[in-house]
Ligand binder design. Structure first.
Ligand SMILES: Cc1cc2nc3c(=O)[nH]c(=O)nc-3n(C[C@H](O)[C@H](O)[C@H](O)COP(=O)(O)OP(=O)(O)OC[C@H]3O[C@@H](n4cnc5c(N)ncnc54)[C@H](O)[C@@H]3O)c2cc1C
Length: 416
């Protein structure tokens, strides 16, 4: 079958690889000159199968107010008269109950666990290198209150069978030796040792080469304008350079997916939530992290990627804008230099990306009411983590095969 994938971010490229492996003729269309040049470009680098939760959680509405008022605020809301923003916020708030949280987290963990296995398989098949490390995520607590409130996460991890260790100050220093210099600033941590780290941009580019070797046709520099739909069936896609015909289409346009689908009468509850990262060259490795450290106070992830530190985070709800706000850079600089002053912030690269967020945190993977039109999008905070499993699921669904995991609650119809 000829399948067109819309978007060459980490989701589109992993999907292309899996579909090509199943023997399909695959075309990938993207407006950029190469793969992973939008949200998959400089994310925080966590491949966090264990540290994996929806943002919509009990207590979040009250915490959100506190976060917005902090000096180094992890959450920024720029309200607009935007019906999509308002509808998304209302839906997100309705997911902040204990029962919705448990349901959503269960789905995310299922997909994350499957992605862990799928990524390991891709690594074994391709021997890709992408500054990968397998040293876990350390959630770092600066206050006793943070450590105490992690008890509920510990309970959830135990219930879900995710390996973890609760660490005191010395335990944190054992895992991340550079913290020795700032040990008085921390009280403890929660380690999820099975988590991994890696550069999503490098991974996506390396996998694109492997997919091209399997015959995938990557067509860059083409802006997708609309879908070619006839008699309730998709026939292909219209770009600024003409039509691309195919038997099936997979939408993997990240935050831009709802804009395309709107023209086909499909309402997709995905909204862009902007985040920022700073990539700092390491000048003193003894003061750099070994893996990912999640600073619980500022909700910022600090990750070692080869000879660089990548620090990323913040949630800015401000619509479709990638503008780089200086105050956010200062927050990232402050956060990384406070714990790991082993880099040179003056030579750092500042970046922003739009997380394609669903209100319940779970991506949207599956078919639509238009025959042969599929969705693999809405991966929000954890697209890199969930990419390989999502790609396996969509490749199976497009091929009419039974996926290895339950997928009936991952599709768009859960919102209908
Ligand atoms: C600051 C930050 C930190 C993050 N940290 C992590 C992390 O540590 N771990 C993790 O797992 N995830 C993380 N994420 C989330 C992760 O980066 C995303 O979920 C993931 O990159 C989404 O991938 P995607 O392929 O869906 O979207 P994208 O990478 O945005 O790909 C979509 C593609 O569609 C193309 N496109 C869009 N519209 C059109 C059009 N009209 N015509 C043609 N092409 C089009 C774009 O050019 C783009 O290449 C982070 C995100 C941010 C912003």
């Amino acid at each position: 079958m000829r399948v067109t994938i819309l978007g060459a971010g980490v989701i589109g490229v992993t999907s292309a690889y899996q579909l090509a492996k199943l023997g399909h003729e695959v075309v990938v269309v993207d407006r950029q000159p190469g793969p992973a040049l939008e949200t998959s470009f400089a994310n925080a680098g966590e491949v966090s199968f264990g540290y994996c939760s929806p943002w919509a959680a009990p207590g979040i509405p009250a915490k959100a107010v506190k976060w917005m008022l902090m000096r180094h605020a992890p959450l920024i809301l720029r309200p607009k008269l935007d019906a999509a923003m308002i509808a998304w916020l209302v839906r997100m708030l309705s997911n902040c109950t204990a029962s919705r949280y448990a349901l959503n987290k269960g789905r995310m963990l299922r997909l994350a666990d499957y992605s862990r296995k799928a990524l390991a398989e891709v690594r074994a098949e391709t021997s890709l290198s992408y500054d990968e490390r397998m040293l876990g995520t350390l959630q770092l607590f600066r206050t006793q209150a943070q450590l105490d409130s992690s008890a509920k996460d510990v309970k959830a991890l135990a219930a879900d069978g995710v390996p973890f260790e609760v660490l005191d100050r010395d335990g944190c220093v054992r895992v991340e030796p550079a913290l020795r210099q700032v040990r008085d600033r921390i009280v403890g941590g929660l380690l999820t040792p099975k988590d991994e780290t890696g550069d999503c941009f490098k991974f996506t580019n390396a996998l694109e080469q492997k997919a091209a070797a399997l015959g995938v046709d990557f067509q860059y520099g083409q802006c997708i304008r609309g879908l070619d739909i006839e008699a309730g069936e998709v026939r292909g896609v219209i770009t600024d350079r003409g039509a691309v015909h195919s038997n099936a289409v997979v939408v993997a346009l990240g935050s831009y997916s709802p804009l395309l689908l709107k023209s086909a009468g499909i309402k997709l509850p995905v909204y862009p939530v902007k985040g920022y990262s700073l990539t700092v060259p390491i000048t003193d490795a003894s003061r750099a992290p070994e893996s990912t450290v999640m600073d619980e106070t500022y909700k910022i992830a600090i990750t070692r990627l080869g000879d660089r530190i990548r620090v990323g985070g913040m949630a800015e709800i401000s619509g479709y804008t990638n503008d780089l706000v200086d105050a956010r850079r200062r927050t990232l600089e402050y956060s990384v230099m406070d714990l790991f002053p082993g880099g040179d912030p003056k030579s750092a690269v500042f970046w922003s990306g739009l997380r394609p967020m669903t209100p319940d945190g779970t991506p949207i993977i599956g078919g639509t009411r238009i025959r042969n039109l599929f969705l693999n999008t809405g991966h929000g905070t954890l697209g890199w983590t969930m990419s390989c499993g999502s790609a396996r699921v969509i490749a199976d669904l497009v091929s009419g095969r039974e996926p290895d995991i339950e997928t009936s609650d991952l599709g768009l119809d859960r919102y209908e």
